[in-house]
Design a protein around this ligand. Structure first.
Ligand code: ADP
Ligand code: MG
Length: 728
């Protein structure tokens, strides 16, 4: 057994209470302890003499410092009736003091008059006329440098979850325990990355890096160690994807037959010509379907680029081969729309060919009888295409022979759900559609386990949507315009951030605003209400009426964000627009201008933001962090006005927020890294990806002896990997 596998309780100073506390934060072995990393470091590298320190302080220095001095006096005082311990220190150049208002009991027995101590911390205001530290870290000077834990270098600050505090593991003891463990066992840390990669990427080895990330000898050493640990995280992340992908490629899947005749006949009955972009994307998917390995592909395209029909062509091929297809959407509304679209697109073909191609609808909200009937159709194999929501994942849905799963709006589906679905067929093909314009580079890197087919251009003839930002004070005029356009038959979406009013958020709610609009500004218009808290039938009804032109306006929330397609709706008003994500706004905007008429998107924002927009805003590339903070909202609104291309918007979003947030809480598959930050470390991610895929290609089972340590480290964290790699 490697010493690193010993229980943490085997270390001196770690009794059973502390062992238990460590266990609660996931530290079980010595190896785990060495990977209990600090969150930051205090710079106590330069120790000063008392005179230098004083000069610096009066010159306005505000950081930490360390001074070495002899304890010359110790007093307990009672200013304002509180106990205070005051210790005076001196070196050959001057004096300084340290005070404690708390913990005197701990400090007193540890300081002995006549001994020398290193005292480190941030000194108090020099106005008192003496250099004073409140609650500094301190330690007795000995000849043994290795026994310096808290002063005289870059000193680690560890996270302090409650469990540790309760186990009496404070800053001091943590530093001591970890440093002693490093000194004793640090050399046993095994290198996991191939030597060749370390050399080519100029990274320090793992043992050195782990040591330096705790107690670095210099800023440079800390930076190098951090760089190595970032690389390692990203490398293992990409390796998980690379291995998954290799495995998927090796697995036996369905080799669909071409059925070119039927396909051609179907395409001929479509109400429009496929664009070259759509053809190209479909070609890639078609090749996948016919290959004897499982399809595992991301179909990627901007809002309105026409992904649905491409996916339907894939479904058609699977159906012609005698398989069932599951077609899933994140919301009931969207599933219902897909169902409608598919029915409409299939109808002419059905009539021409006499082939019924039955489509079933399976969502959570439909009534019990319809529910049972559709389950039965799916089980018997009568239903060829099954359109639905997450309900499709329920155990009660059994497929006769599922051959292809199509998942729309992939970012709303968790990795787990993707896995669950795949359990429903032997090895069903998987086609994931994303309308959220992930920057292509990022998609390729994050979804390394999926092949990507992109629809690069939207169908021609669509006119750009006019986008404007208006302040709250322009609302009367905006609504006057909405009412006037309604008379000309133009429908509007009115989007609000909240369903119901909230005391915590000063934002508009659709329920309240709907009531007031109906009574005032939109009086006389036919206005519908649609939000996520309504019953399924009500939502369905509202959506149907709006699509049928029975409403002039629809007050709603972001439930209309994804995929809803009403070609006669051409005005999109978004309230509290600054509170929405850029990609979300782009999605909302994509709801209009889908027909022949020009589309308009009006973003209602805070008046202050509108004022900012009239100024010269700093360009995104050169904006400082402070400028970004100040003008973020205005920069985002400007991006909406100036950019139409979802990918460009996504790139801007990425720059403004970083990919972690970019995926947000919605993206349950988004990776969480301890060191790496995808915004800053994108180049590292690319490098790691290149290396990981090359390695997986060379040694797909990690069997070569030089990869043994990597395989072990990998196996140990395999569970986490599955979660982060989005591997389905
Ligand atoms: P998305 O990629 O956002 O899911 P959809 O598949 O909903 O886009 O397509 C958007 C609209 O474009 C739909 O109304 C659809 O009928 C239409 N459409 C799709 N392909 C074409 C095409 N080749 N030519 C004209 N219109 C098309
Ligand atoms: Mg869509």
């Amino acid at each position: 057994m490697s010493a690193l596998e010993k229980p943490v309780g085997s270390l001196k100073e770690v009794g059973s209470a502390r062992e238990k506390a460590f266990r609660e934060v996931g530290v079980e072995t010595v190896g785990d302890l060495l990977r209990f990393f600090p969150t930051r470091h205090l710079d106590r590298a330069t120790s000063l003499d008392a005179a230098q320190a004083w000069t610096r302080l009066v010159e306005g220095f505000e950081g930490e410092m360390t001074i070495v001095g002899e304890a010359v006096d110790m007093k307990t005082k009672y200013p304002r009736r509180r106990e205070m311990l005051q210790v005076a220190f001196a070196d050959e150049k001057g004096v300084f003091e340290a005070v404690w208002f708390r913990g005197a009991k701990f400090v007193k027995p540890r300081i002995e008059i006549g001994e020398w101590y290193a005292v480190g911390g941030k000194p108090s205001d020099p106005k008192r006329g003496v250099l004073q530290f409140a609650h500094p870290d301190f330690e007795r000077m000995t000849d043994d440098e290795s026994k310096r834990y808290h002063t005289g270098g870059l000193i680690p600050v560890y996270p302090k979850p409650r469990a540790l505090k309760e186990g009496y593991l404070g800053e001091f003891s943590l530093r001591r325990i970890i440093k002693d463990a490093l000194d004793r066992y640090g050399d046993e840390i095994e290198e996991t990355l191939p030597r060749e990669i370390l050399e080519r990427r100029e990274l320090p080895d793992l043992a050195r890096s782990i040591r330096d990330v705790h107690f670095p000898e210099s800023r440079e050493a800390l930076d190098a160690a951090t760089r190595r640990l970032k690389y390692e995280e990203l490398f293992e992340f990409e390796l998980a994807a690379a291995l998954k992908r290799g495995e998927a490629k090796g697995r036996a899947g369905i080799a669909h037959k071409a059925r070119a005749e039927e396909l051609r006949a179907f395409v001929e009955t479509l109400p429009f010509e496929l664009t070259p972009s759509q053809r190209e994307a479909f070609k890639a998917i078609y090749d996948d379907l016919r290959a004897p390995r499982p399809t595992h592909r991301l179909l990627h395209g901007d809002v309105g680029s026409g992904k649905t029909v491409v996916a339907l062509l894939a479904a058609f091929v699977a159906v012609q081969n005698g398989y069932q297809v599951a077609f899933m959407a994140p919301t009931e509304i969207l599933a219902a729309q897909h169902f409608q679209t598919i029915e409409t697109l299939l109808d002419p073909y059905r009539r021409a060919s006499g082939d019924p191609i039955t489509v079933a609808f399976a969502a959570g909200g439909v009534n019990a009888r319809a529910h049972r009937a559709s389950r039965e159709m799916i089980r018997s194999g009568h239903a060829k295409i099954v359109v639905g929501t997450h309900a499709l994942f329920e155990e009660s849905v059994e497929f006769a022979n599922l051959g292809l799963a199509i998942v729309d709006e992939q970012h709303r589906f968790g990795v787990r759900q993707r896995l669950d679905l795949r359990k429903k067929g032997t090895a069903p093909d998987l086609l994931v559609m994303s309308a959220t314009p992930i920057p292509r580079t990022l998609a390729m890197t994050l979804y390394g386990d999926l092949d990507v087919a992109a629809i690069k251009r939207s169908p021609k003839g669509r006119r750009p949507i006019v986008t404007a930002v208006r302040g709250e004070n322009a609302l009367p005029a905006v609504y006057e315009w909405v009412a006037e356009r309604a008379k000309a038959g133009v429908q509007s979406y009115l989007v609000f951030p909240l369903v119901e009013e909230s005391e915590k958020l000063p934002l508009k709610s659709v329920v309240k605003e709907y009531e007031s609009l109906v009574a005032t500004r939109l009086k006389g218009l036919r206005t519908g209400l649609l939000h996520g808290k309504m019953k399924w039938e009500e939502k369905e009804e509202a959506m149907r009426k709006f699509a049928a032109g029975e409403y002039d306006a629809l007050a709603t929330t972001t439930v209309v964000e994804v995929g809803v397609d009403v070609p006669t709706a051409n005005i999109m008003i978004v309230h509290n627009a600054e509170r929405f994500g850029l990609s979300q706004l782009h999605q909302l905007r994509g709801r209009v201008g889908r027909g022949k008429e020009k589309g308009y998107c009006v973003l209602i924002a805070d008046d202050r933001i509108v004022a900012d927009l009239e100024r010269e805003l700093p360009p995104l590339e050169t904006a400082s962090a402070a400028e970004l903070d100040r003008y973020r909202a205005a920069i985002r609104m400007r991006a909406m006005i100036e950019e139409r291309d979802g990918f460009k918007i996504a790139e801007i979003d990425l720059k403004l927020r970083g990919p972690g947030d970019y995926f947000g809480v919605r993206q349950s598959g988004a990776p969480q890294f301890r060191f790496a930050n995808l915004r800053e470390d994108f180049a590292t991610l690319e490098a790691a990806k290149e290396d990981a895929f090359a390695l997986a290609e060379k040694d797909p089972g990690l069997r070569s002896p030089e990869h043994a340590a990597l395989r072990r480290s990998f196996a140990k964290r395999a569970h986490e990997k599955l979660e982060v790699a989005g591997a389905g």
